[in-house]
Design a protein around this ligand. Structure first.
Ligand code: PGA
Length: 250
């Protein structure tokens, strides 16, 4: 049985007081919420200050990393620095990184490898653009991005991946994938994982959906067989939209 995983991706929002204030306010509101894993992914500057205000039910993820352990890479942050700051997970290959900052499949591969080498769980983002969907290339794009990201990883390490299906056209646009579109993409991802890593690993791998998740569509998405969690951007910035998402099945 896969335990649902909900991730708040705060992107470039919130200062240290705003982030710690949010997390402190969240705690009493989550009393009674059980059976889900929760992660918050703030900007790098908030990570270390959130560490002391987290509790067992809320973990820390970073939004990005560099693959080298250290060195002359101005502006970059390594996996071991993220571990030191309290992270258990790291988002890799988010479409904003790929499309706004030129991140290539080869860079994503190195980031995934650096994360697992340092004991971090990568949340690997894959997803097609609108043009790719309209050309009927969605499943090919997903398979290519998956293969490129994990092709050098030993199987034991690949088994630690979380995959997030994030159609680029749904991110921050208010347009959400329909249940049919999400179901098809998630089933394709699970089938690919089964073919590459075996049925057991595929059964255990959590596949998240991301892209304009809101309180009114979270339940419908989570009801899909292969949707094991949600990666939430805009709606994770305020408790009054994030809490109902966390309570998706109530
Ligand atoms: P959104 O972002 O929920 O604002 O669409 C999701 C994401 O980019 O992870």
């Amino acid at each position: 049985m896969r335990r649902p995983l909900l991730v708040a991706n705060w992107k470039m929002h919130k200062t240290v007081p705003e982030a710690t204030g949010f997390v402190k306010a969240l705690r009493p509101l989550l009393d009674g919420v059980a059976g889900v894993d929760l992660l918050v992914a703030p900007a790098f500057t908030e990570l270390a200050s959130l560490k002391p205000v987290l509790w067992e039910g809320l973990g820390l993820a970073a939004q990005n990393l560099h693959w080298e352990p250290e060195g002359a890479f101005t502006g970059e942050v390594s996996a071991r620095m993220l571990v030191d700051a309290g992270c258990s997970h790291v988002i890799v290959g988010h479409s904003e990184r790929r499309h706004l900052f030129g991140e290539t499949d080869a860079m994503v591969r190195q980031k995934v490898a650096a994360a697992v080498d340092n004991g971090l769980t990568p949340i690997l983002c894959v997803g097609e653009t609108l043009a790719e969907r309209e050309r009927g290339e969605t499943l090919d794009v997903l398979e290519r991005q998956l293969l490129e990201a994990v092709k050098d990883l030993p199987e034991a390490q690949a088994a630690r991946l979380v995959v997030a299906y994030e159609p680029v056209w749904a991110i921050g646009t208010g347009v959400t994938a329909t249940p049919e579109q999400a179901a098809q993409a998630h089933a394709c991802i699970r089938k690919w994982v089964a073919g590459k890593m075996g049925v057991e690993i595929a059964r255990a791998t959590r596949i998240l959906y991301g892209g304009s998740v809101r309180p009114d569509n979270a339940g419908e998405l989570m009801a899909l067989e292969d949707v094991d969690g949600l990666l939430v951007g805009g709606a994770s910035l305020k408790p009054d939209t994030f809490i109902p998402i966390i309570e998706f099945d109530s």
